[in-house]
Write a protein that binds this ligand. Sequence first.
Ligand code: C2E
Ligand code: MG
Ligand code: MG
Ligand code: MG
Length: 285
Amino acid sequence: NADLALFRAKESGRGNLHLYAPDEGLMERVLNRVYWVDKIEQALADDQFELYFQPILSLSDNKVSHYEALVRMHNPTGDLFMPIEFIGVAETTGLIRGIDRLVLHKAIAALAELQLKTPNSKLSVNLSGRSFSNPRWLELLQDELNSSGINPSGLIFEITETAAVEDMASARALMEKVIALGCAFSLDDFGVGFASFDYLKQLPVEYVKIDGSFIRNLATSTDDQLFVKALVQAAHGFGKKTVAEFVENAEIVQLLRDYGVDYAQGYHIGKPDPVFGLIARRDIG
Ligand code: C2E
Ligand code: MG
Ligand code: MG
Ligand code: MG
């Protein structure tokens, strides 16, 4: 059992690691987990997490509608780690709750600053299912909203359908409470995982983000074109706005416009950047 081995490994301290794993693959995975758990705990303690901000363009008026906050982890020797390296371990160990708490605090602080200059600024923040199913998260959000004084309608939470479907009834109930506070939701990475139009209908989300895997090859893949068209129709039918991720060139922007997609996000629009609110308008395709 990998979890048991992990705890034994942690208990015995770094210098004397006594692990007995039946295969090398398992051994490697356990050691890898210990390595990352240690790094994440250290970064949480030393405030080594930083937010980058990526613009989301409204295709109807070529203006940046809002930004997505994307977390990065530093270490004392100057390395920068991407979420793909540490979010998985953080999710399985529960450390993600600490990351999400920190991200929420930093995101709200950044939004407060930007709203002073531009009152209707919006920021979308990723939220793990682990945080989402924690009843204390709502209290935390309320506290953060109260102490910051931001306009809550500037805050959008990106959740995945996997997070929501584990317990649809309580997910919906929590979402309604968050919406009552003034915030909104976006369904992230739609199309992978459970990908049911029924969830799309049932979840009170304002935005649906079409997973980047369907966007990336949109110019050449007729399957992806069919999927995106159908999804846009369904989403609009349910009164939701669509966002395409991984928009990497002008040809894709043109197709998205043809299909009536509402927003575009990707390297062609703007890369994630530590400065928030830099771009106001892009003249793109
Ligand atoms: P996501 O929420 O689907 O975010 C989109 C990811 O795609 C980001 O990766 C972004 O940098 C990347 N991306 C954006 N445009 C393009 C493009 O044109 N081409 C390509 N190839 N990639 C693009 P990133 O920042 O590495 O984040 C990966 C995932 O980690 C996110 O996927 C999200 O699920 C998770 N994540 C990021 N920040 C947080 C956070 O603060 N809390 C939680 N719980 N999860 C986070
Ligand atoms: Mg996201
Ligand atoms: Mg996404
Ligand atoms: Mg994604």
